[in-house]
Design a binder for this molecule. Sequence first.
Ligand SMILES: [Zn+2]
Length: 263
Amino acid sequence: MKIASGLKCHNCGAPLSLKAGEVIITCDYCGTDFNVASDKKFFLEHSIIPSRLDDMAVNEVVKSWMSTGALKPSNFYKASRIEDQSLVFLPFYVVHLNVTTTYSGMFTRTGGRDPRNGVLHKEYYWKVLGRRGSKFPTREYEIPLSGKEDFNLSRIPPNSKYLNAEFDEKDAEDIARGEAADNQKFMLSSQINEFDSIVNSFEVEDIEFVHAPIWKVDYNYNNAMYQMLICGSTGEVIRGDIPPPDHSVGGFFSDLRKALIGR
Ligand SMILES: [Zn+2]
């Protein structure tokens, strides 16, 4: 939904169109970024990773992914129909931070009570997708930062979508701290299962803002819809739904045939 805001770009004077919930918005005309919440220019370094995959290349990725690998139906590619494929530029914050966790507790899993304590230090480049309530698998996605360039509107092809961030870098930093702290605790959980104390100290080195290209492919298989997410820069499949095994008679026999005679 669009909000008639009357907001104008401070740089070029063009009207800014923002949707509900968006906080960091980019002028469609000159590419200047604004923080709408504070009515200020956004000063974080902003990069974009261009997409190197066109529609044809995306089709090739889909074909090869469906035709190889375990646990996939034998007729997967042939029986699937792509209903929609679209390129979306998603906003990510990459928070470079050091976390030092001072901990003490007990290891009891082997039956005894074994006291443990120490310090766990780790450096993170923690990714935070700047959208609320998204199911995007951020942890599984390796942002191809080596392909990044200074932000430039010309890198966004027509017919692709560009999403603004719904929170600013301060919120992103809070999210990164919380998630990195959870990760520290998770790493310690192999040594300690009863914590007495766990104290984190954070040192944020830097935060960058990058728009990364994701191809979203919606496909139909056996009258059900599924989705694949593909990195537009590397062509890597970030996540793909695999339909459940086909228990129909035809499916059973074709799977059996493949297992028995290998074709
Ligand atoms: Zn502008």
